[in-house]
Design a protein. Structure first.
Length: 79
């Protein structure tokens, strides 16, 4: 996991842990719910730490988004 993905993972799991805890393996679409939480984390991170109007895709790539979503999803499914 590269630095940006790791930063996003830590931010998402720290700041959105309650949202992540609500996702269960037996939900209708746990991957979609996970992706929504990660997307929310990206937007909040950019709002908190970047200049106003910064493009989230210039901070975190699609690859970062996919990697973090997949890691959190795997953790949910293994729990």
């Amino acid at each position: 996991m590269k630095a940006e993905a790791r930063e996003l993972y830590v931010y998402a799991t720290d700041h959105f842990s309650k949202d992540i805890e609500r996702i269960h393996p037996d939900c209708v679409a746990p991957m979609i719910a996970t992706r929504q939480v990660v997307k929310k984390a990206i937007n909040q991170y950019v709002s908190d730490y970047c200049e106003k109007g910064a493009d989230p895709l210039s901070i975190f790539s699609e690859e970062d988004f996919q990697e973090v979503s997949n890691k959190i999803y795997q953790e949910i499914m293994e729990a």
